[in-house]
Design a protein around this ligand. Structure first.
Ligand code: MN
Length: 493
């Protein structure tokens, strides 16, 4: 892909991420939030806006939002309230969404992104705000067996969402994807959301426009909000497409941000294009006003401090600690941390057990992760406990096994539930004693005078031919030991 540095414009992207919080019940009612139930079976009078019903805030949803806001380094004001955002749509039976307008529960935070491969410089992406709101229902168009009808499912109505809004600090599609990946990781470490895009528990809209340098100064292209992106990869593609489209439209029409109101475009994943949808409402069109049915929420300083204290170790801090404590590279620390907290914990136990972080990191990346990928299992269900794998790695360090034979033992431990020693015994693999090794090497040298002559003549590589023969005689020998011993014996002759 073409680097952004070569582009004749700067891309400015701000993201709006809606995260479904992991609560059993809705934000203002006791209906279940479980995914996949039959339509309209998880609704209450509050969710569907029956007159006389009254909302009551789900305290757990607010606590999860507080944790997330704190982890995003946000200011958390002492006082927050609820507002009604009015609009008409069939999936919104109350005629308004309960959201937060001028006094959101958190604001002015940041999340740092970086790329271990160096595609962009590490940067802090500033967060404008994160506020709580309820989800709407779902319109299902033409989904019923090809009939041209529309139906409404209100199961989602009232589900708690945290809307996280960033400043336009992202300067490329890659940075936008990196932000989303890091945010998702953070949310999983905090255990506040399932982040399942297919089930709609993480939804992304992107505001994008360009700054183009011209002879008369820099111009800004009209602002576009891109919707309907159903994976991080489609966010990346949609932004790359949209940036180029805006550049071409500007070259054709010369129209700038001052000439055109903000537009909404939808990403068409099949055609890989964005398509115009509608001109976006201004916030004044929503006629926000405080919801008279709900009390404001007060967060005491002690409460906020306690939340900040109990966030646990978050991905950025964990990466730095793994680098410092186990002497792994930034890249390795990234791989371990990005797989989630349980894998990072497995790595730490393995590294402590075998005493070599680099070796532990290599085995996890090459063997453990590959196995997990093949079986589709999670690390929690991995058949070799870290302490057992550490024994195997120690056996490699002590020269009892070379890596190739250690992999065979690893395979046996995977299926057999055996310790390293038991698996080696079962496979007939044992350490070759040094006297045994010397005897074997002497025998080989006697049988191969030409190789001996070659080595003496300076062709040290010739000794390689003996390794295959050695392994035929005794499959347990370590190739490096055979090479070293043979060279030693020849030199001593
Ligand atoms: Mn929203």
């Amino acid at each position: 892909m073409k680097g952004t540095a070569e582009l004749p414009y700067k891309i400015l992207v701000g993201l709006e991420v809606h995260v479904q919080l992991k609560t059993r019940t809705k934000l203002f009612s006791r209906s279940s939030t479980a995914f996949g139930a039959a339509p309209n079976t998880q609704t209450s009078p509050v969710d569907i806006g029956l007159p006389g019903s009254l909302p009551v805030m789900n305290r757990h949803a607010y606590e999860l939002a507080l944790r997330t806001a704190a982890a995003l380094n946000c200011e958390i004001p002492a006082y927050t309230k609820w507002d009604r955002k009015q609009y008409f749509y069939p999936d919104l039976p109350k005629g308004y969404q309960i959201s937060q307008y001028d006094l959101p529960m958190s604001r002015e935070g940041w999340l740092e992104i970086s790329d271990p491969k160096g595609a962009f410089e590490p940067k802090r992406v500033r967060i404008i705000r994160a506020h709580l709101e309820e989800d709407a229902g779902k319109s299902m168009h033409d989904e019923a067996a090809g009939k041209a009808d529309s139906r409404i499912d209100l199961n989602r109505a009232g589900t708690p969402l945290l809307e996280i809004v960033t400043y336009p600090d992202l300067s490329s599609p890659q940075e936008a994807k990196a932000f989303l990946t890091e945010l998702k990781l953070l949310l999983s470490y905090l255990d506040v959301s399932d982040c399942n895009m297919e089930e709609g528990s993480l939804r992304v809209d992107a505001n994008v426009n360009l700054h183009v340098p011209t002879a008369a100064g820099e111009i800004a292209t009209p602002l576009v909000e891109v919707k309907n992106m159903n994976s991080f990869r489609s966010v990346e593609r949609a932004l790359a497409y949209e940036a180029q489209r805006q550049y071409e439209v500007w070259r054709e029409t010369g129209k700038t941000k001052a000439d055109v109101p903000k537009q909404t475009r939808g990403w068409d994943d099949q055609a890989q294009v964005t398509r115009g949808q509608r001109h976006k409402e201004e916030s004044s069109d929503y006629r926000y006003f405080p919801d008279p049915d709900l009390c404001p929420v007060i967060a005491t300083t002690e409460q906020v401090e306690e939340v900040r204290r109990n966030l646990g170790e978050l991905p950025a801090a964990l990466r730095s600690r793994l680098e410092a404590e186990y002497a792994v590279t930034r890249y390795d620390a990234d791989v371990m941390v990005n797989q989630g907290r349980p894998l990072a914990a497995y790595f730490e136990e393995l590294a402590r057990g075998c005493g070599d972080g680099k070796q532990a990191g290599n085995w996890i990346q090459q063997d453990v992760l590959r196995t997990l990928k093949e079986t589709g299992a999670a690390i929690e269900a991995f058949p070799i406990p870290a302490a057992r794998l550490a024994e195997l790695l120690k056996a490699v360090q002590q020269g009892q096994l070379d890596n190739a034979r250690a992999r065979i033992v690893f395979g046996e431990m995977l299926t057999g539930g055996l310790s390293t020693g038991e698996a080696m015994q079962k496979l007939g693999i044992e350490k070759v004693e040094s006297t045994e090794l010397e005897e074997l090497c002497r025998e080989l040298l006697d049988q191969n005078p030409r190789i001996v002559a070659d080595v003496k003549g300076g062709k040290e590589k010739a000794v390689g031919a003996l390794i295959g023969q050695a392994r035929k005689k005794n499959p347990n020998v370590n190739p490096n030991d055979v090479r070293a011993k043979c060279l030693e014996l020849i030199a001593a002759e």
